[in-house]
Ligand binder design. Sequence first.
Ligand code: PLP
Length: 418
Amino acid sequence: MYVNFSKNLEKNLKKYYKKKELINSKYLKLSEPIYDINEAKKIFSNFLKGKLSQGDNVKNFEKNFSKINNCKYGIATNSGSSANLIALTAIKNIFNLNNNDEVIIPASTFATVAMPIIQIGLKPVYVDVDLKTLNISVDEIKKAISKKTKIIMPVHTLGMPSNMPEIIKLAKKKKLLVFEDCCESHGASIDGKPVGSWGLLSAFSFFVAHNITTIEGGMILTNNKKIYKECRSLREFGRIDQENIGKNRYYSDKYIKDYDKRYVFTKIGYNMRMTDLQAALGIEQTKKMKKFNLKRIKNANFLKKLIVKDLSKYFFTTENQKKYVNTYYTFPLIIKEKINFSRKKICNFLEKNFIETRPMMGGCLPDQPAFQNSPGKIIGKLKNSRIIRDRCFFVGIHPNVNQNQLINLVKKLKKFLN
Ligand SMILES: Cc1ncc(COP(=O)(O)O)c(C=O)c1O
């Protein structure tokens, strides 16, 4: 029965994918499914075999993904936001941080960079970003460091690495911890060293739009065994260490005697596990990550040339940095300051022409309603973050985008400007 089901499934999937290709070519979307029949088969076969909740697939995905990122340990989670929450909680627990200790973050980024910091009683310190990279400015970090600073949390924005050599140097000098948010930057690197392997730990997202996907999902990477164990426990209810449980199944202390370790809780934790079905997808996607990223980079370079050639009077985008590999989660365009048309108008025009756009994530986070009355500290005027808030939008550059779609995008931009 399983064999028949699989055969029919394959036939139907082939038909489905043919149809889908035809539909998609009309739009320049921000993201499209970047999985194929192979991944669909893996998910269905795992489903039929009953490999559902966290199990061997999750273990293998953690092993493979941490390895390609030069890290020893991976802890898969149900989202990038959860990965950030668990990672920050682990640091707070292990290094005995106090409430209101400070975490330096870029002001222009996604909401769940700052939210988990607030959720666990720490304080986000918002610093400005550099317009050439859209990443946290090292000079601004220097201004932000206080007696309460404990963590620097750079975000590698839209695939562009933050200046990790300088950030690590500064953190060492000031004895600060570094936690990298790599949710938008799978496979990016500086001088061959992947993002996510520079700091003490890092977090990734595998949400559908990202460079590789598990639909929803995330992962923490680290080389530190203590952090690895703490994150694993926090991910699953604050349970006692479950490794090698087969050898010694029972726990005893002053109150509980010979209690099954699967139900012994040693800290306040969460349930933020990834399913085995998602991990099956993640394993296949990891194998394709390099190929996907090369296509993104090729698309981005092609589009950048067109923008520089024809539209540099109106827009600018990020600048390539020596020895950096930017894996382009999306392609940002910033309307130049003296240009007098609104982002709203141009984005509406593009959307009407089947080109999807988005503003730059949270824009300038402390200006968002959720953060106006939340704990936090702002350093300086956040001039660049507010330029991004008001003048930046991004378009899709994913592996299914072809050069004709990018030529068409530039044509449409020119049409709007005329
Ligand atoms: C920088 C950054 N951090 C965290 C997240 C959260 O990831 P998720 O959507 O998987 O929760 C995102 C989401 O895109 C992000 O861009």
